[in-house]
Every structure is written in structure tokens, then in C-alpha cells.
Design a protein around this ligand. Structure first.
Ligand code: NAD
Ligand code: 89V
Length: 341
């Protein structure tokens, strides 16, 4: 059986999703929707998809869909997810899932009431190096983890591809930090408390472009999550997330160029955890593009087998709560208990 899906939002990032859908086993995109006629026609032509809609209501009214993939920007996420729920169509929604916790909770409630699966396209935890890190933790090789750092520091010009990122009141935590906080959850478990400091270095943008966060995890791990788009380095690491983990028996260091060093009582081992490249992937984006393929394959499998996806809407509320806690802590200065979000 092949699942028939539609994609809404044919912009900058959707191209990756459309390439990946062409290679996913058990699912395909049969219709497209975008309110921008040029983008709609361009994606239709590039991917050979003839059924095209300028209006999402019309898409749902006319198509019989097994799922919908929402690749629009944040302001349209809630109305489109709720529209999918009203039509009882399982839904994938890009990150950031929601602008507020109230919106996110309402979206999860709408899908649960309609009985439709909901996955957030939170793909960073699907990157090959991140999965390799998690495997080492799970193997017990470095013992009980007590400290970690998850770090994304870069001077890459994200605004050329995504100009809207320069205009929002919120920037790096909401757009990028959300991925890095989700990785911290994926590796160390849920957090109980978060402290954050932010600043804006680039005068040409509106929001913060540097954030440093300290998390207390339920597992007892203390982690530092830091992100910056104001960090010029000898070798530009974009879009790599670098990781340091200390455990009771050893350590793990994920450095630039996908070089992972695992040290345990027997010594140190250097591993290459680079992602693979498919024909449509372009370095340095291949790291992200491969994770798009992985999360979409996961969705197709979960939908076929009736399983809850790893980054379900309900799961993603916990990542969204970290984002909210970070902005609250940066504003008021105090550590924020996650239970208060
Ligand atoms: P974009 O502005 O380039 O594209 C969005 C498209 O959606 C536009 O073509 C716009 O016309 C269309 N659109 C908006 N509202 C619509 C509506 N109600 N109905 C129909 N079409 C509508 O944005 P982008 O950079 O592609 O980002 C899209 C989303 O993907 C954002 O949420 C962004 O955060 C996310 N993103 C995720 C990753 C990742 O790695 N997961 C990377 C980049 C972007
Ligand atoms: O995930 C995102 O939306 C992107 C990027 C990975 C470049 O930060 O903005």
C-alpha cells in the first residue's frame, strides 16, 4: 500500500521534503498547495505534481489524502493543523510547531479529538551523528552520564535563504535553539529547570542571535545548550551540532567534520559518523537533508503500523516548553521550573 499525501508550503525548505518524499518507501506526494502561484507552479514542475491548489480549504475538500505535510512558516501552523484535524487527515507540521504553548496544546488536542496522528518535523535528532551519540550512551560504554554540552556556533548567513528570520522579535532560540534543545532532551531526557542568557550581536536583525542555556534534567544530568549565529571560526561548522558528554566510565566528544572520539577505560576510539549523501543532497546541507529523509521514512512506517512517531505533537510540547522557559529566564533572570510552563 502506498500512502498518498499533500504538501502545503512550497518554499525554501520544502524542496528537501519533496526530494525526500520521492525516495520514501510506502508514501508519495500527489498534490501541492501554496498561496504563492509562482512557487506552487515551480514545485509542481520540478517534481512532476500536477494537482495544485492555492487554497488549503480547497485542497482538503477535493483530495482524498492519507496525510498532509505542512511546510509553511509558523503563523499558519495552527490554522492548518486544525484544518487537517477537521478533515481527519494525519498531519506532519514543521518546527517551530507553535508560537505559544496555548497554540501547541490546542493543536495537539484538536488532533487527539479527531483521532489523527500528528508529528512535528523535528529532524535534528534524526541526524546521523546525533543517532551515533545516542547509541554510545545507550550501549553503556561511557557509564552513567552526568554532564553534557550541546553546541551550535556559526557565522553562516541563514538570512539569505530564510529572510523572515531577520524580522521576528524572537530568533535563535525559536528557530535553531529549538532543534538543539530537542537534541538535549533526546540525549539526556526531560528537563526540570532551565536558566538562559541571550543577546543580539548582529545589529541588522531584530531578535537574539546568541543564547546560552543551563538545564537540570530529571536523569540527574546537567547540560549546557548554547547557540550562536555571531561566531566566526577558522572552519565554518554550519550546520553541525557539536557535543561533549562526560560519564562515570568515560567521555564522548563529537567534533567538527563528524569526528567522534569515545574514551573508556580501554582507551580512545575515533569514529567517523558522517551522514551519507544522496544525489539531491548538497554539502553542507546534506547533514540536514539526510535527517529529512530519515524522519519522513519514520512517519511513513509509523502511519502504516499505527505507531506514535518519536516527535509526536505531544512529545514536541516538551521541547516547546524549553523554548518558552528559555525566553522567560532570559527576560527575568531566574531559573525557570518547567512545571510552571
Ligand atoms: P518559506 O517562507 O520559504 O516558505 C513557506 C511557503 O509557505 C511560502 O511559499 C508561502 O507562500 C507558503 N505559505 C504560507 N502560509 C501558507 C498558507 N496558509 N497556505 C498555503 N501556503 C502558505 O519558508 P521556509 O524557510 O521554507 O520555512 C518553512 C518552515 O520550515 C518554517 O517553519 C521553518 O522554521 C522550517 N524549516 C525547518 C528546517 C529544518 O531543518 N527542520 C529548515 C528550514 C526551515
Ligand atoms: O531549522 C531551520 O529552520 C533553519 C536552520 C537549520 C538553517 O536553522 O533555520
Amino acid at each position: 500500500m502506498v500512502l498518498n499525501g499533500a504538501l502545503i508550503g512550497c518554499g525554501f525548505f520544502a524542496v528537501n521534503q519533496l526530494h525526500a518524499w520521492q525516495e520514501i518507501e510506502g508514501a508519495r506526494i500527489v498534490a501541492l498547495c501554496d498561496r504563492d502561484p509562482e512557487r506552487l507552479a515551480g514545485a509542481g514542475r520540478d517534481f512532476g505534481i500536477e494537482r495544485q491548489y492555492a487554497d488549503a480549504e480547497e485542497l482538503f475538500a477535493k483530495e482524498r489524502l492519507d496525510f498532509v505535510d505542512i511546510a509553511t512558516t509558523l503563523p499558519s501552523h495552527r490554522p492548518l493543523v486544525e484544518l487537517a484535524a477537521r478533515h481527519r487527515v494525519p498531519v506532519i507540521c514543521q518546527k517551530p510547531f507553535a508560537a505559544t504553548m496555548a497554540d501547541g496544546r490546542a493543536m495537539v488536542a484538536a488532533c487527539e479529538a479527531a483521532g489523527v496522528p500528528l508529528m512535528v518535523h523535528e529532524n535534528f535528532r534524526w541526524q546521523a551523528p546525533i543517532r551515533a551519540v545516542r547509541q554510545i550512551i545507550d550501549s553503556g560504554r561511557i557509564g552513567e552520564v552526568f554532564w553534557g554540552r550541546v553546541s551550535f556556533r556559526s557565522a553562516y548567513d541563514v538570512f539569505s535563504g530564510q529572510p523572515y528570520l531577520a524580522t521576528g522579535e524572537r530568533f535563535i532560540i525559536e528557530d535553531l535553539g529549538i532543534h538543539i534543545l530537542d537534541i538535549a532532551r533526546f540525549l539526556f531526557g526531560d528537563a526540570t529547570r532551565l536558566t538562559a542568557r541571550t543577546r543580539r550581536v548582529n545589529p541588522a536583525i531584530r531578535g537574539e542571535d546568541v543564547a546560552t542555556m543551563l538545564l537540570d534534567h530529571e536523569s540527574g544530568v546537567t547540560s549546557v545548550v548554547d547557540c550562536s549565529y555571531a561566531t566566526r571560526l577558522a572552519e565554518e561548522p554550519f550546520p553541525q551540532t557539536l557535543i561533549e558528554i562526560d560519564g562515570s566510565r568515560g567521555t564522548l566528544r563529537l567534533g567538527q567534520d563528524f569526528r567522534m572520539i569515545v574514551t573508556d577505560p580501554a582507551g580512545s576510539e575515533v569514529l567517523n559518523v558522517a551522514p551519507s549523501i544522496r544525489s539531491w543532497m548538497q554539502p553542507p546541507w546534506h547533514l540536514i537533508q539526510e535527517s529529512v529523509f530519515a524522519i519522513q521514512q519514520h512517519w511513513a512506517l509509523c502511519l502504516t503500523e499505527g505507531r506514535e512517531p518519536a516527535t509526536s505533537g505531544r512529545d514536541n510540547l516538551k521541547t516547546l516548553a524549553l523554548v518558552e522557559a528559555a525566553y522567560r529566564s532570559a527576560r527575568f533572570g531566574d531559573a525557570v521550573p518547567l512545571a510552571s510552563i
